[in-house]
Design a protein around this ligand. Structure first.
Ligand code: SIN
Length: 350
């Protein structure tokens, strides 16, 4: 039996990871020294790092952006994509972006609170969005614009929101009633709202990068996790869990962000072409994310590797009630304006 996280062409060994970082680091230094964007002969290199596989909606959209960016600039821009935490894990990629070691990333909104402040965690509130359209209305309106604006003082420019979808829970025991969460060690992303969510359910939250989750579940360091079906399937998490509950209790989505000094220094025609390429890649991403998750859930069910339970309306009502204190606690770091704006779009909290 294979006891390691399955390796793919995009999942390098430690040695390959070090080498890839070294090469990318060298390119970044060259770009900062003026041999990148400033040179007329050599293409401008835009390195795009992300933490999921190329066959997710985010991975496919990154590739679409590359194709469009390279063709529309007539080869003046080369986009290098580093998927699946090949270069940097969750927190590292934010630091790398700010330092200019990569120029574009698309982290989950949950992970952006460390940079742009607590309002980014509003999207983590349990059962906040009744559907995908409610999420899109939030990010396409003043809330989305205000959030992206909070990144600029940190040398980061937000260009687009990309969808993933609703999260489900998996664990090594069935999760139906709130009591089933008692004392479970559950991986969450680095978000105080998500930590509060698990604590409120009686579980122990463990914050860790996505790249570490497979091994932590396999080895028993963790008992469970929450994610979208596409992330569960592509990270092979269903291979190391016994039960999955379709709860759709929270939402996962991304902001596509760039290193602001890099972006601002681009020649205007190139920047306009890249903005157009990103716009079209974003339309593509947001159009496929829902179907990708539906397909992934079907694959997970068909794999027969774990028992899949769809939470009943009664179970979900019990969870909703149990999770109400999270809304109160989150008022400690999410602004009243942002909470009110989302209430207005969604109706009041559950
Ligand atoms: C992602 O979808 O980019 C990662 C989400 C996670 O860390 O669970």
């Amino acid at each position: 039996m294979n006891h390691t996280r399955p390796l793919t062409a995009t999942q390098p060994t430690a040695a390959r990871r070090t080498l890839t970082r070294w090469i990318a680091g060298g390119l970044a230094v060259a770009a900062l020294a003026g041999y990148g964007p400033a040179s007329a002969q050599t293409p401008i290199v835009l390195q795009f790092s992300h933490v999921v596989t190329p066959d997710t909606a985010k991975g496919k959209a990154a590739l679409r952006f590359k194709e469009l960016a390279e063709s529309r600039t007539g080869g003046k821009v080369r986009v290098e994509i580093y998927p699946n935490s090949q270069l940097y894990k969750d927190r590292e990629e934010l630091d790398a972006l700010r330092l200019g070691a990569v120029q574009m990333i698309a982290p989950s909104l949950s992970k952006l609170a460390s940079l742009g402040g607590g309002d980014f965690e509003v999207f983590d509130l349990p059962f906040l969005f009744k559907d995908r359209a409610a999420f899109r209305a939030a990010v396409n309106g003043p809330v989305g614009a205000s959030l992206l604006g909070k990144l600029e003082p940190h040398g980061v420019k937000g260009l687009a929101f990309w969808d993933n979808g609703f999260k489900v829970f998996s664990a090594n025991r069935p999760l139906q009633s709130v009591d089933d969460f008692k004392a479970l060690k559950v991986r969450v992303q680095a978000s105080r709202v998500l930590v509060s969510q698990m604590k409120t359910l009686g579980a122990q939250a463990s914050v860790s990068p996505l790249a570490n989750v497979y091994e932590a579940l396999r080895s028993g360091q963790l008992d469970g996790q929450e994610n979208t079906p596409t992330n569960i399937e592509t990270q092979r998490l269903h291979d190391v869990q016994r039960h999955l509950t379709v709860s759709n209790h929270g939402y996962l989505a991304y902001a596509v962000i760039v290193n602001k000094p890099f972006w601002d220094k681009l020649p205007a025609d190139i920047r306009i072409a890249l903005e157009g390429a990103l716009h079209d890649a974003s339309v593509f991403e947001n159009s496929i994310a829902g179907a990708e998750n539906t397909k992934a859930l079907e694959h997970i069910k068909a794999s027969g590797k774990l028992t899949v339970h769809t939470a009943t309306p009664q179970e979900l009502n019990q969870w909703r009630t149990a999770l109400l204190p999270v809304y109160k606690e989150a008022q400690g770091w999410i602004s009243v304006e942002t909470l009110r704006a989302l209430d207005a779009l969604n109706g009041p909290p559950p």
